[in-house]
Design a protein around this ligand. Sequence first.
Ligand code: NAD
Length: 504
Amino acid sequence: MSADLLQKLGLESTNHGACTGTWLETSGKELVSLNPSNGEPIARVKQAEAEDYEKVMQQATAAFETWRMMPAPQRGEIVRQLGDELRANKDALGRLVSLEMGKVLTEGLGEVQEMIDICDFAVGLSRQLYGLSMHSERGQHRMYEQWHPLGVIGIVTAFNFPVAVWAWNVAIAAVCGDTMVWKPSSKTPLTAVAVQNIANRVMERNGLSGIFNLVIGRGAEVGERMLADRRLPLISATGSCRMGRRIATVVGERLARTLLELGGNNAVIVSEHANLDLALRAVLFGAVGTAGQRCTSTRRLLLHKSIAKEFTEKLVRAYGNVVIGDALDENTLMGPLVDDAAVGDMMAALEQVAAQGGEVLHGGGKLDRPGNFVEPTLVKARADMEIVQEETFAPILYIIEYDDLDEALKMHNDVPQGLSSSIFTQNLIEAETFLSHRGSDCGIANVNVGTSGAEIGGAFGGEKETGGGRESGSDSWKIYMRRQTNTINWGAEMPLAQGVKFDV
Ligand code: NAD
Protein backbone atom coordinates (compact mmCIF):
# COMPACT_ATOMS: atom_id res chain seq x y z
CA MET A 1 0.00 0.00 0.00
CA SER A 2 2.70 2.41 0.97
CA ALA A 3 4.65 1.88 -2.31
CA ASP A 4 1.55 2.75 -4.39
CA LEU A 5 0.97 5.82 -2.32
CA LEU A 6 4.54 7.05 -2.69
CA GLN A 7 4.42 6.53 -6.44
CA LYS A 8 1.14 8.41 -6.77
CA LEU A 9 2.68 11.42 -5.00
CA GLY A 10 5.90 11.34 -7.02
CA LEU A 11 8.06 10.02 -4.17
CA GLU A 12 11.01 7.69 -4.70
CA SER A 13 12.57 5.33 -2.17
CA THR A 14 15.32 7.99 -1.87
CA ASN A 15 14.40 11.63 -2.51
CA HIS A 16 16.22 14.92 -2.69
CA GLY A 17 15.66 17.58 -0.08
CA ALA A 18 15.73 20.86 -2.01
CA CYS A 19 13.50 22.18 -4.77
CA THR A 20 12.81 25.43 -6.55
CA GLY A 21 10.43 23.92 -9.09
CA THR A 22 13.04 21.43 -10.21
CA TRP A 23 14.71 19.15 -7.68
CA LEU A 24 18.32 19.86 -6.80
CA GLU A 25 20.82 16.99 -6.50
CA THR A 26 21.25 17.20 -2.73
CA SER A 27 23.89 15.03 -1.14
CA GLY A 28 23.47 15.74 2.58
CA LYS A 29 23.04 13.11 5.28
CA GLU A 30 20.09 10.79 4.61
CA LEU A 31 16.98 11.20 6.69
CA VAL A 32 14.98 8.00 7.12
CA SER A 33 11.26 8.57 7.58
CA LEU A 34 9.80 5.92 9.89
CA ASN A 35 6.18 4.83 10.04
CA PRO A 36 5.18 5.59 13.65
CA SER A 37 2.50 2.86 13.52
CA ASN A 38 5.08 0.06 13.11
CA GLY A 39 8.57 1.56 13.28
CA GLU A 40 9.38 0.49 9.68
CA PRO A 41 11.18 2.84 7.25
CA ILE A 42 8.90 4.36 4.58
CA ALA A 43 11.47 6.18 2.40
CA ARG A 44 14.54 8.40 2.61
CA VAL A 45 15.49 11.99 1.86
CA LYS A 46 18.99 13.30 1.16
CA GLN A 47 19.07 16.52 3.14
CA ALA A 48 20.01 19.93 1.79
CA GLU A 49 23.32 21.50 2.74
CA ALA A 50 24.52 25.10 2.82
CA GLU A 51 25.15 25.34 -0.93
CA ASP A 52 21.71 23.88 -1.74
CA TYR A 53 20.12 26.43 0.55
CA GLU A 54 21.99 29.20 -1.25
CA LYS A 55 20.74 28.01 -4.66
CA VAL A 56 17.17 27.89 -3.39
CA MET A 57 17.41 31.36 -1.87
CA GLN A 58 18.78 32.81 -5.09
CA GLN A 59 15.90 31.34 -7.10
CA ALA A 60 13.31 32.53 -4.59
CA THR A 61 14.81 36.03 -4.61
CA ALA A 62 14.89 36.18 -8.42
CA ALA A 63 11.30 34.86 -8.71
CA PHE A 64 10.05 37.57 -6.34
CA GLU A 65 11.00 40.23 -8.90
CA THR A 66 8.46 38.92 -11.43
CA TRP A 67 5.86 37.38 -9.08
CA ARG A 68 5.32 40.68 -7.25
CA MET A 69 4.53 42.42 -10.56
CA MET A 70 1.76 39.97 -11.47
CA PRO A 71 -1.66 41.43 -10.50
CA ALA A 72 -2.92 39.92 -7.26
CA PRO A 73 -6.09 38.39 -8.83
CA GLN A 74 -3.85 36.58 -11.33
CA ARG A 75 -1.77 35.25 -8.48
CA GLY A 76 -5.10 34.20 -6.94
CA GLU A 77 -5.84 32.21 -10.09
CA ILE A 78 -2.59 30.24 -9.56
CA VAL A 79 -3.60 29.54 -5.96
CA ARG A 80 -7.04 28.42 -7.23
CA GLN A 81 -5.26 25.85 -9.39
CA LEU A 82 -3.20 24.76 -6.39
CA GLY A 83 -6.44 24.15 -4.50
CA ASP A 84 -7.75 22.05 -7.39
CA GLU A 85 -4.54 20.01 -7.54
CA LEU A 86 -4.87 19.38 -3.81
CA ARG A 87 -8.50 18.31 -4.32
CA ALA A 88 -7.37 15.81 -6.95
CA ASN A 89 -4.73 14.42 -4.56
CA LYS A 90 -6.67 14.71 -1.29
CA ASP A 91 -6.97 11.00 -0.66
CA ALA A 92 -3.33 10.13 -1.43
CA LEU A 93 -1.86 13.09 0.46
CA GLY A 94 -4.20 12.55 3.45
CA ARG A 95 -3.07 8.91 3.61
CA LEU A 96 0.56 9.91 3.45
CA VAL A 97 0.04 12.36 6.35
CA SER A 98 -1.43 9.48 8.40
CA LEU A 99 1.30 7.08 7.33
CA GLU A 100 4.19 9.40 8.16
CA MET A 101 2.89 11.49 11.07
CA GLY A 102 0.53 8.95 12.65
CA LYS A 103 -2.74 10.93 12.89
CA VAL A 104 -5.80 8.83 12.06
CA LEU A 105 -7.07 8.84 8.50
CA THR A 106 -10.08 11.12 9.03
CA GLU A 107 -7.68 13.70 10.49
CA GLY A 108 -5.12 13.17 7.71
CA LEU A 109 -7.84 13.84 5.16
CA GLY A 110 -9.12 16.76 7.24
CA GLU A 111 -5.67 18.31 7.15
CA VAL A 112 -5.66 18.27 3.34
CA GLN A 113 -9.20 19.70 3.36
CA GLU A 114 -7.82 22.56 5.43
CA MET A 115 -5.24 23.20 2.68
CA ILE A 116 -8.01 23.28 0.08
CA ASP A 117 -10.12 25.61 2.24
CA ILE A 118 -7.29 28.10 2.71
CA CYS A 119 -6.61 28.12 -1.03
CA ASP A 120 -10.28 29.00 -1.62
CA PHE A 121 -10.05 31.72 1.02
CA ALA A 122 -6.86 33.12 -0.55
CA VAL A 123 -8.44 33.26 -4.02
CA GLY A 124 -11.15 35.60 -2.71
CA LEU A 125 -8.58 37.52 -0.71
CA SER A 126 -6.55 38.19 -3.86
CA ARG A 127 -9.25 40.73 -4.79
CA GLN A 128 -9.55 42.16 -1.29
CA LEU A 129 -6.10 43.30 -0.21
CA TYR A 130 -7.66 46.57 0.83
CA GLY A 131 -5.91 49.63 2.15
CA LEU A 132 -7.77 52.50 3.85
CA SER A 133 -8.09 55.99 2.51
CA MET A 134 -8.21 58.88 4.94
CA HIS A 135 -9.07 62.59 4.84
CA SER A 136 -6.01 64.79 4.74
CA GLU A 137 -5.92 67.86 7.00
CA ARG A 138 -4.42 69.77 4.06
CA GLY A 139 -6.54 71.08 1.16
CA GLN A 140 -6.21 69.38 -2.23
CA HIS A 141 -4.26 66.54 -0.69
CA ARG A 142 -5.23 62.89 -0.87
CA MET A 143 -4.03 60.33 1.66
CA TYR A 144 -4.33 56.60 1.53
CA GLU A 145 -2.46 53.45 2.37
CA GLN A 146 -1.57 50.55 0.15
CA TRP A 147 -0.07 47.13 0.71
CA HIS A 148 2.96 45.87 -1.20
CA PRO A 149 4.47 42.37 -1.35
CA LEU A 150 7.06 41.86 1.37
CA GLY A 151 9.70 39.61 -0.20
CA VAL A 152 10.86 36.03 0.31
CA ILE A 153 9.19 34.48 3.34
CA GLY A 154 10.90 31.81 5.46
CA ILE A 155 8.48 29.16 6.69
CA VAL A 156 9.43 26.68 9.43
CA THR A 157 6.83 24.04 10.31
CA ALA A 158 6.23 21.47 13.05
CA PHE A 159 5.68 17.74 12.55
CA ASN A 160 2.11 17.61 13.84
CA PHE A 161 0.48 19.56 11.00
CA PRO A 162 3.01 18.62 8.36
CA VAL A 163 1.07 20.03 5.39
CA ALA A 164 -1.75 22.33 6.58
CA VAL A 165 0.54 24.92 8.16
CA TRP A 166 2.51 25.17 4.92
CA ALA A 167 -0.76 25.92 3.13
CA TRP A 168 -1.90 28.50 5.71
CA ASN A 169 1.27 30.41 5.01
CA VAL A 170 1.83 29.93 1.32
CA ALA A 171 -1.70 30.36 0.01
CA ILE A 172 -1.94 33.76 1.69
CA ALA A 173 1.68 34.83 1.08
CA ALA A 174 1.40 33.83 -2.59
CA VAL A 175 -1.61 36.07 -3.29
CA CYS A 176 0.19 38.82 -1.37
CA GLY A 177 3.01 38.57 -3.96
CA ASP A 178 5.69 36.90 -1.85
CA THR A 179 7.83 33.90 -2.71
CA MET A 180 8.61 31.31 -0.03
CA VAL A 181 11.28 29.00 1.29
CA TRP A 182 9.91 26.16 3.42
CA LYS A 183 11.82 24.15 5.99
CA PRO A 184 9.54 21.35 7.21
CA SER A 185 10.09 19.21 10.30
CA SER A 186 12.73 16.52 9.83
CA LYS A 187 10.19 14.09 11.33
CA THR A 188 7.87 14.47 8.32
CA PRO A 189 10.02 15.03 5.23
CA LEU A 190 8.01 12.85 2.84
CA THR A 191 4.79 14.81 3.14
CA ALA A 192 6.85 17.90 2.32
CA VAL A 193 8.30 16.31 -0.82
CA ALA A 194 4.79 15.25 -1.88
CA VAL A 195 3.37 18.75 -1.35
CA GLN A 196 6.23 20.27 -3.32
CA ASN A 197 5.52 17.85 -6.19
CA ILE A 198 1.87 18.96 -6.18
CA ALA A 199 2.87 22.64 -6.23
CA ASN A 200 5.47 21.97 -8.95
CA ARG A 201 2.81 20.55 -11.28
CA VAL A 202 0.72 23.71 -10.97
CA MET A 203 3.68 26.01 -11.46
CA GLU A 204 4.96 24.08 -14.47
CA ARG A 205 1.56 24.35 -16.18
CA ASN A 206 1.79 28.11 -15.74
CA GLY A 207 5.43 28.45 -16.81
CA LEU A 208 6.47 29.59 -13.32
CA SER A 209 9.14 28.49 -10.87
CA GLY A 210 10.84 29.69 -7.71
CA ILE A 211 7.59 30.75 -6.00
CA PHE A 212 7.16 27.71 -3.70
CA ASN A 213 10.55 26.38 -2.61
CA LEU A 214 11.63 23.64 -0.27
CA VAL A 215 14.73 22.89 1.80
CA ILE A 216 14.82 19.84 4.03
CA GLY A 217 17.79 19.99 6.33
CA ARG A 218 19.00 20.06 9.89
CA GLY A 219 17.97 22.94 12.14
CA ALA A 220 21.64 23.80 12.67
CA GLU A 221 22.48 23.65 8.93
CA VAL A 222 19.43 25.08 7.19
CA GLY A 223 17.17 26.40 9.98
CA GLU A 224 19.78 28.64 11.57
CA ARG A 225 20.85 29.92 8.14
CA MET A 226 17.27 31.05 7.49
CA LEU A 227 17.02 32.88 10.80
CA ALA A 228 20.16 34.89 10.11
CA ASP A 229 19.43 35.51 6.41
CA ARG A 230 18.72 39.20 5.75
CA ARG A 231 17.03 38.28 2.47
CA LEU A 232 14.12 36.91 4.54
CA PRO A 233 12.09 39.83 5.94
CA LEU A 234 9.68 37.48 7.73
CA ILE A 235 10.18 34.12 9.41
CA SER A 236 6.88 32.37 10.06
CA ALA A 237 7.59 29.54 12.48
CA THR A 238 5.44 26.90 14.10
CA GLY A 239 6.83 24.73 16.88
CA SER A 240 7.75 24.55 20.54
CA CYS A 241 8.23 27.60 22.79
CA ARG A 242 11.92 26.64 23.03
CA MET A 243 12.30 26.91 19.25
CA GLY A 244 10.28 30.16 19.24
CA ARG A 245 12.58 31.76 21.78
CA ARG A 246 15.58 31.01 19.60
CA ILE A 247 13.87 32.35 16.48
CA ALA A 248 12.65 35.52 18.20
CA THR A 249 16.17 36.20 19.46
CA VAL A 250 18.05 35.67 16.19
CA VAL A 251 15.47 37.27 13.89
CA GLY A 252 14.84 40.07 16.39
CA GLU A 253 18.56 40.84 16.44
CA ARG A 254 18.37 41.75 12.75
CA LEU A 255 15.05 43.61 13.34
CA ALA A 256 13.08 41.50 10.90
CA ARG A 257 9.55 40.17 11.44
CA THR A 258 8.53 36.90 13.06
CA LEU A 259 5.16 35.18 13.04
CA LEU A 260 5.34 32.71 15.92
CA GLU A 261 2.85 29.87 16.47
CA LEU A 262 4.13 28.05 19.55
CA GLY A 263 3.02 25.66 22.26
CA GLY A 264 -0.32 25.63 24.04
CA ASN A 265 -1.60 24.41 27.41
CA ASN A 266 -5.28 24.52 26.66
CA ALA A 267 -8.05 24.13 29.20
CA VAL A 268 -11.75 23.36 29.10
CA ILE A 269 -13.94 24.59 31.94
CA VAL A 270 -17.04 22.47 32.53
CA SER A 271 -19.44 24.33 34.77
CA GLU A 272 -22.36 23.08 36.84
CA HIS A 273 -24.57 24.62 34.11
CA ALA A 274 -23.02 22.60 31.26
CA ASN A 275 -24.64 20.14 28.92
CA LEU A 276 -22.37 17.30 30.04
CA ASP A 277 -22.91 15.15 26.95
CA LEU A 278 -21.68 17.94 24.68
CA ALA A 279 -18.75 18.59 26.97
CA LEU A 280 -17.79 14.93 27.09
CA ARG A 281 -17.59 14.62 23.31
CA ALA A 282 -15.54 17.79 22.96
CA VAL A 283 -13.12 16.88 25.76
CA LEU A 284 -12.62 13.40 24.36
CA PHE A 285 -11.74 14.70 20.89
CA GLY A 286 -9.66 17.54 22.32
CA ALA A 287 -7.57 15.36 24.62
CA VAL A 288 -7.36 12.05 22.73
CA GLY A 289 -7.62 13.21 19.09
CA THR A 290 -4.26 13.26 17.25
CA ALA A 291 -2.97 11.38 20.34
CA GLY A 292 -2.74 14.73 22.13
CA GLN A 293 -0.32 16.07 19.51
CA ARG A 294 -2.16 19.22 18.50
CA CYS A 295 -1.08 22.65 19.66
CA THR A 296 -4.76 23.05 20.60
CA SER A 297 -5.12 19.66 22.35
CA THR A 298 -7.03 19.84 25.62
CA ARG A 299 -4.47 19.38 28.40
CA ARG A 300 -6.35 20.67 31.45
CA LEU A 301 -9.95 19.98 32.43
CA LEU A 302 -11.40 22.27 35.08
CA LEU A 303 -14.52 20.71 36.57
CA HIS A 304 -17.00 22.36 38.89
CA LYS A 305 -17.02 20.36 42.15
CA SER A 306 -20.73 19.54 41.87
CA ILE A 307 -20.34 17.65 38.57
CA ALA A 308 -16.72 16.51 38.90
CA LYS A 309 -17.40 12.96 40.10
CA GLU A 310 -20.09 12.20 37.51
CA PHE A 311 -18.12 13.74 34.64
CA THR A 312 -14.86 12.02 35.59
CA GLU A 313 -16.60 8.64 35.73
CA LYS A 314 -18.10 9.21 32.27
CA LEU A 315 -14.70 10.21 30.93
CA VAL A 316 -12.94 7.16 32.40
CA ARG A 317 -15.57 4.95 30.73
CA ALA A 318 -15.14 6.76 27.39
CA TYR A 319 -11.33 6.47 27.60
CA GLY A 320 -11.75 2.72 28.07
CA ASN A 321 -13.52 2.56 24.69
CA VAL A 322 -10.88 4.43 22.66
CA VAL A 323 -9.61 2.12 19.91
CA ILE A 324 -5.83 2.51 19.63
CA GLY A 325 -4.08 1.26 16.51
CA ASP A 326 -2.55 1.80 13.10
CA ALA A 327 -3.29 5.33 11.91
CA LEU A 328 -4.57 4.04 8.56
CA ASP A 329 -7.00 1.52 10.05
CA GLU A 330 -10.46 3.06 9.72
CA ASN A 331 -11.54 1.77 13.15
CA THR A 332 -8.70 3.52 14.95
CA LEU A 333 -9.56 6.57 17.08
CA MET A 334 -6.07 7.15 18.43
CA GLY A 335 -2.89 6.47 16.47
CA PRO A 336 0.71 6.40 17.70
CA LEU A 337 2.95 9.19 18.94
CA VAL A 338 5.31 10.48 16.29
CA ASP A 339 8.51 8.82 17.54
CA ASP A 340 10.28 7.04 20.41
CA ALA A 341 11.40 10.30 21.92
CA ALA A 342 7.77 11.47 22.24
CA VAL A 343 6.93 8.24 24.13
CA GLY A 344 9.92 8.88 26.39
CA ASP A 345 8.76 12.47 27.04
CA MET A 346 5.29 11.24 28.01
CA MET A 347 6.68 8.63 30.41
CA ALA A 348 9.02 11.23 31.95
CA ALA A 349 6.05 13.59 32.46
CA LEU A 350 4.10 10.81 34.19
CA GLU A 351 7.03 10.23 36.55
CA GLN A 352 6.82 13.89 37.48
CA VAL A 353 3.06 13.55 37.94
CA ALA A 354 3.66 10.79 40.48
CA ALA A 355 6.44 12.74 42.23
CA GLN A 356 4.22 15.85 42.47
CA GLY A 357 1.24 14.00 43.95
CA GLY A 358 -0.96 13.44 40.88
CA GLU A 359 -3.08 10.30 40.61
CA VAL A 360 -3.43 8.38 37.32
CA LEU A 361 -7.13 7.51 36.89
CA HIS A 362 -6.77 5.79 33.52
CA GLY A 363 -3.91 4.71 31.24
CA GLY A 364 -0.36 5.79 31.90
CA GLY A 365 1.43 3.05 29.97
CA LYS A 366 3.03 2.19 26.63
CA LEU A 367 1.52 -0.55 24.52
CA ASP A 368 3.60 -3.66 24.09
CA ARG A 369 3.62 -3.78 20.29
CA PRO A 370 5.70 -2.30 17.46
CA GLY A 371 5.12 1.42 16.88
CA ASN A 372 5.00 4.34 19.32
CA PHE A 373 1.73 3.52 21.04
CA VAL A 374 0.69 4.82 24.44
CA GLU A 375 -2.54 4.78 26.44
CA PRO A 376 -4.61 7.95 26.62
CA THR A 377 -4.16 9.06 30.20
CA LEU A 378 -6.31 10.81 32.79
CA VAL A 379 -4.67 12.33 35.85
CA LYS A 380 -6.34 13.81 38.93
CA ALA A 381 -4.18 16.85 39.52
CA ARG A 382 -3.84 20.20 41.27
CA ALA A 383 -3.33 23.48 39.44
CA ASP A 384 -0.18 24.22 41.45
CA MET A 385 1.67 21.10 40.23
CA GLU A 386 4.70 22.18 38.17
CA ILE A 387 4.09 19.61 35.44
CA VAL A 388 0.62 21.10 34.83
CA GLN A 389 2.29 24.33 33.72
CA GLU A 390 4.09 22.56 30.88
CA GLU A 391 2.96 21.37 27.48
CA THR A 392 3.65 17.63 27.25
CA PHE A 393 2.96 16.75 23.61
CA ALA A 394 1.07 13.53 24.41
CA PRO A 395 -2.44 12.41 25.45
CA ILE A 396 -2.32 13.34 29.14
CA LEU A 397 -5.33 15.20 30.54
CA TYR A 398 -5.08 16.84 33.98
CA ILE A 399 -8.39 16.98 35.84
CA ILE A 400 -8.68 19.77 38.39
CA GLU A 401 -11.74 20.73 40.46
CA TYR A 402 -12.95 24.25 41.21
CA ASP A 403 -15.52 25.91 43.48
CA ASP A 404 -16.59 29.01 41.55
CA LEU A 405 -15.99 30.64 38.17
CA ASP A 406 -13.50 33.19 39.54
CA GLU A 407 -11.32 30.39 40.84
CA ALA A 408 -11.67 28.51 37.53
CA LEU A 409 -10.64 31.59 35.53
CA LYS A 410 -7.65 32.21 37.76
CA MET A 411 -6.45 28.63 37.32
CA HIS A 412 -7.28 28.77 33.64
CA ASN A 413 -5.06 31.79 32.97
CA ASP A 414 -2.31 30.83 35.38
CA VAL A 415 -0.06 29.05 32.86
CA PRO A 416 2.66 30.54 30.61
CA GLN A 417 0.94 29.63 27.33
CA GLY A 418 -2.20 31.23 25.85
CA LEU A 419 -3.45 29.44 22.76
CA SER A 420 -6.93 27.89 22.94
CA SER A 421 -9.61 27.71 25.60
CA SER A 422 -13.23 26.81 26.13
CA ILE A 423 -16.09 26.80 28.57
CA PHE A 424 -19.07 24.49 28.59
CA THR A 425 -22.06 26.19 30.12
CA GLN A 426 -25.68 26.99 29.26
CA ASN A 427 -25.50 30.03 31.52
CA LEU A 428 -25.24 33.29 29.56
CA ILE A 429 -23.47 35.20 32.31
CA GLU A 430 -20.79 32.53 32.71
CA ALA A 431 -20.28 32.37 28.94
CA GLU A 432 -19.97 36.14 28.58
CA THR A 433 -17.67 36.39 31.61
CA PHE A 434 -15.38 33.81 30.00
CA LEU A 435 -15.27 35.88 26.79
CA SER A 436 -14.87 39.23 28.58
CA HIS A 437 -11.67 41.17 29.38
CA ARG A 438 -11.42 39.34 32.69
CA GLY A 439 -12.10 35.96 31.11
CA SER A 440 -9.87 33.73 29.02
CA ASP A 441 -6.48 35.27 28.12
CA CYS A 442 -6.04 33.04 25.06
CA GLY A 443 -5.98 33.81 21.33
CA ILE A 444 -8.91 31.42 20.87
CA ALA A 445 -11.85 31.28 23.30
CA ASN A 446 -14.89 29.09 22.63
CA VAL A 447 -18.25 28.46 24.27
CA ASN A 448 -19.67 24.92 24.02
CA VAL A 449 -16.99 24.11 21.44
CA GLY A 450 -13.79 22.30 22.39
CA THR A 451 -10.26 23.73 22.25
CA SER A 452 -9.20 21.72 19.23
CA GLY A 453 -10.22 21.96 15.58
CA ALA A 454 -10.23 25.57 14.39
CA GLU A 455 -11.70 26.72 11.07
CA ILE A 456 -9.47 28.52 8.56
CA GLY A 457 -11.68 31.64 8.36
CA GLY A 458 -10.59 33.01 11.74
CA ALA A 459 -7.19 34.36 12.70
CA PHE A 460 -5.36 31.49 14.38
CA GLY A 461 -2.77 31.89 17.13
CA GLY A 462 -2.17 32.60 20.78
CA GLU A 463 -0.87 34.98 23.39
CA LYS A 464 1.89 34.89 26.02
CA GLU A 465 4.48 32.18 25.33
CA THR A 466 2.40 30.91 22.41
CA GLY A 467 4.12 33.75 20.58
CA GLY A 468 1.40 36.26 19.61
CA GLY A 469 1.33 35.36 15.90
CA ARG A 470 -1.85 35.11 13.83
CA GLU A 471 -2.14 32.93 10.74
CA SER A 472 -4.80 31.80 8.33
CA GLY A 473 -8.05 33.79 8.01
CA SER A 474 -9.40 37.24 8.96
CA ASP A 475 -6.75 39.93 8.36
CA SER A 476 -3.73 37.68 9.03
CA TRP A 477 -2.58 38.48 5.48
CA LYS A 478 -1.24 41.83 6.63
CA ILE A 479 1.93 40.35 8.11
CA TYR A 480 2.91 39.04 4.66
CA MET A 481 2.84 42.55 3.15
CA ARG A 482 4.39 45.94 3.81
CA ARG A 483 2.10 48.88 4.40
CA GLN A 484 2.80 52.18 2.72
CA THR A 485 1.06 55.48 3.51
CA ASN A 486 0.82 57.81 0.51
CA THR A 487 0.04 61.52 0.39
CA ILE A 488 -0.59 63.23 -2.94
CA ASN A 489 -0.73 67.00 -3.36
CA TRP A 490 -2.90 67.91 -6.36
CA GLY A 491 -3.05 71.63 -5.58
CA ALA A 492 -0.77 74.62 -6.27
CA GLU A 493 0.17 75.29 -2.61
CA MET A 494 2.68 73.53 -0.34
CA PRO A 495 0.98 73.52 3.09
CA LEU A 496 2.79 71.67 5.88
CA ALA A 497 1.08 69.32 8.33
CA GLN A 498 0.11 70.71 11.76
CA GLY A 499 0.07 74.23 10.24
CA VAL A 500 3.88 74.52 10.42
CA LYS A 501 5.19 77.56 8.47
CA PHE A 502 8.57 77.31 6.74
CA ASP A 503 8.70 79.96 4.02
CA VAL A 504 11.71 81.99 2.95
P1 NAD B 1 9.92 21.78 17.34
O1 NAD B 1 10.04 23.06 18.05
O2 NAD B 1 10.76 20.65 17.78
O3 NAD B 1 10.24 22.00 15.77
C1 NAD B 1 9.47 22.84 14.97
C2 NAD B 1 10.26 23.24 13.74
O4 NAD B 1 11.31 24.12 14.14
C3 NAD B 1 10.96 22.07 13.02
O5 NAD B 1 10.89 22.27 11.63
C4 NAD B 1 12.39 22.19 13.51
O6 NAD B 1 13.33 21.61 12.64
C5 NAD B 1 12.53 23.70 13.56
N1 NAD B 1 13.63 24.21 14.37
C6 NAD B 1 14.02 23.81 15.59
N2 NAD B 1 15.07 24.56 16.00
C7 NAD B 1 15.32 25.46 15.02
C8 NAD B 1 16.27 26.50 14.83
N3 NAD B 1 17.18 26.77 15.76
N4 NAD B 1 16.22 27.21 13.70
C9 NAD B 1 15.28 26.98 12.76
N5 NAD B 1 14.38 25.99 12.86
C10 NAD B 1 14.39 25.24 13.98
O7 NAD B 1 8.36 21.37 17.37
P2 NAD B 1 7.66 20.01 16.93
O8 NAD B 1 7.98 18.95 17.93
O9 NAD B 1 7.89 19.75 15.49
O10 NAD B 1 6.11 20.43 17.05
C11 NAD B 1 5.41 20.44 18.24
C12 NAD B 1 5.32 21.83 18.84
O11 NAD B 1 4.77 22.74 17.89
C13 NAD B 1 4.39 21.89 20.02
O12 NAD B 1 4.95 22.71 21.01
C14 NAD B 1 3.12 22.50 19.46
O13 NAD B 1 2.30 23.11 20.41
C15 NAD B 1 3.69 23.45 18.49
N6 NAD B 1 2.70 23.81 17.47
C16 NAD B 1 2.12 25.04 17.55
C17 NAD B 1 1.13 25.40 16.63
C18 NAD B 1 0.45 26.73 16.71
O14 NAD B 1 -0.17 27.11 15.73
N7 NAD B 1 0.53 27.47 17.80
C19 NAD B 1 0.75 24.52 15.62
C20 NAD B 1 1.38 23.27 15.56
C21 NAD B 1 2.36 22.95 16.50
